[in-house]
Design a protein around this ligand. Structure first.
Ligand code: BLA
Length: 510
């Protein structure tokens, strides 16, 4: 037997969650050799096929499953294409004349993994028309927030989960609930933040390879796979399995939240994990495999639409920014004193790069508006900027990281975007952002459990939020790449204006 990995809060990013050696009891699993002999079986196989796991090993799978079904499965296996491919076959008898089952097939190396579960409510859904209807509803939405909300609504209507959220990752790996569809009376998680550690790295990697997972019942007793390790001492790789049991840490987290079943669908945009549809039910829940497959497909289509909407939004943002930059140039050209009016400049600039305050450093003079560090702190900031490469836009979401004294005014400014507007002397337009924690809403903990699991209250939304607050202390909302591009465009415009002004000043003197 292999040494058990003892998972706790300190090492859960190293837990081999794809090799836990157990499945959930709603289905069965068989690992087959190339010639379809049974190499491993889930311990519940006796309940399903009438032959105990120990006795079924080494026998042909065709001895146990209806011939027509074996035929269909073999055919389907030949259709597997590409890495991480999976095939599904719905509604076939497991035994001759017996109950219908849904099957999933994939390969791990040269091992065939066959999983099955009862078809259940046999109400047939036409996948193509279901997806078409769902996509049509998405296309009717305008703003991105409406698009997200409709996505959540559609997944809830399809699967019947009590709460369906769209959880979007930030650059630092933390996430925010950007949309929610929930049944009445269960509170809201909308806008809540969670730290990166709530979904560890290896889970994120796995969710890129396998975009769908369901935890049917957090009270379920996991079913071991027999044998646990093969002749080389290796546990079965369950990365692509439908029935994979999930990490006990995550089960504890869900229990602490009062959740009975959980399901999540990866939202993958440009090859990266953009976010998840995260779904909770307050009792056990198993939508049919067909419905789950539709939900998974919907997730993929949703991500494609999202990708094109995000591209369009980005293009519009940059186009609008360019228009503002042109207006700024034109206005200043006819009235150069505007450049010394921080209110005016702040109003123009914050339309493109949101900020809480602005300061203009011009030849040793300071003008400021909005929420900024105290004016006497500005020379300090400017000196720090002067020590950097000249003529470049600089941004940080953590001013105290480059200037420890900034700790003193962390309440006013944690983030800085500096746009140099002349060379000698070095003048700047400075945009400030407040500490981000101030802009985060926390709706309280709607699910206070009676008692916590063995790892204590850390695994709860409130503690999780506290952990996140700790991580982001002294940090502002980071400046995005798009904002930096826009700032660079503004820099070029502003420099042009400033040069023209100093030329004019020289001409006047001449
Ligand atoms: C997995 N954590 C997950 C998953 C989600 C979350 C959605 C995917 C599995 C699923 O579908 O349920 C987190 N769920 C959330 C969040 C919300 C939500 C943030 O609904 C917000 C509304 N979790 C912790 C800590 C650890 C941890 C501290 O909070 C480790 C120290 C571990 N989370 C953890 C692990 C998994 C996980 C190991 C992988 C589970 C698996 O797939 O096996």
């Amino acid at each position: 037997t292999q040494p058990q990995f003892a998972v706790d809060l300190t090492n859960c990013d190293r837990e081999p969650i794809h090799q836990l050696g157990t499945i959930q009891s709603f289905g069965f699993l068989l690992a087959l050799s190339g010639d379809w002999l049974i190499k491993r079986a889930s311990a519940n196989i006796g309940d399903v096929l009438g032959v105990a796991a120990e006795d079924i090993l080494g026998t042909p799978v065709a001895d146990h499953i209806a011939e027509s079904t074996i035929h269909a499965l073999r055919n389907r296996l030949t259709m597997l294409r590409g890495e991480d491919a999976v095939e599904r076959v719905f509604d076939l008898p497991l035994r001759e004349g017996g109950e219908p089952y849904d099957f999933a097939l994939h390969m791990i190396g040269d091992t065939v993994i066959l999983e099955g579960e009862p078809t259940g409510d046999a109400q047939h859904t036409d996948t193509a028309s279901a997806i078409r209807a769902m996509m049509a509803r998405l296309d009717l939405t305008g703003e991105l927030t409406a698009f997200y909300r409709e996505g959540a609504r559609q997944v809830r209507a399809l699967t019947g989960f009590d709460r369906v959220m769209i959880y979007r990752f930030d650059r630092d790996g933390s996430g925010i609930v950007v949309a929610e569809s929930a049944k009445a009376g269960i509170g809201s998680f909308l806008d809540l933040r969670y730290p990166s550690s709530d979904i560890p790295q290896q889970a994120r990697q796995l969710y890129l390879r396998n975009p769908f997972r369901i935890i049917v019942d957090v009270e379920d007793t996991p079913v071991p796979i027999v044998p646990q390790v093969d002749e080389t001492g290796t546990p079965l790789d369950l990365s692509l399995s439908v029935t994979r049991s999930v990490s006990p840490i995550h089960i504890e987290y869900l229990r602490n939240m009062g959740v009975g079943a959980s399901m999540s669908i990866s939202i993958i945009v440009e090859g990266k994990l953009w976010g998840l549809f995260a779904c909770h039910h307050y009792s056990a829940k198993r939508p049919t495999f067909q419905r789950r497959s539709i939900a998974e497909l919907f997730g993929q289509m949703f991500a494609l639409k999202l990708e094109s909407r995000e591209r369009a939004a980005m293009a519009k943002y940059e186009q609008d920014a360019r228009a503002i930059s042109d207006r700024l140039l034109a206005a200043v050209a006819s009235d150069s004193t505007l450049l010394e009016q921080p209110e005016w400049l702040g109003q123009m600039l914050s339309k493109t790069v949101p900020c809480d305050g602005i300061a203009i450093w011009n030849d040793g003079r300071v003008a400021h508006s909005g929420i900024t560090p105290p004016p006497e702190a500005l020379p300090d900031i400017v000196r720090r900027l002067n020590a950097m490469a000249a003529g470049r836009v600089y941004a940080t979401d953590h001013l105290a990281g480059i200037l420890p004294r900034a700790q003193d005014y962390v309440d006013q400014a944690s983030g800085l975007l500096a746009i140099p507007i002349s060379r000698t002397p070095r003048d700047y337009v400075l945009l400030f952002r407040q500490e981000r924690i101030r802009s985060v809403t926390w709706a309280g903990d709607p699910h206070k459990p009676a008692e916590y699991g063995p790892n204590g209250p850390r695994l709860t939304p409130r503690k999780s939020f506290e952990a996140w607050s700790e991580e982001v202390r002294g940090r502002s909302q980071p400046f995005t790449n798009a904002e930096l591009r826009v700032a660079e465009m503004l820099r070029v415009s502003l420099i042009e204006v400033v040069l023209r002004m100093s030329d004019e000043a020289q001409e006047e003197r001449a």
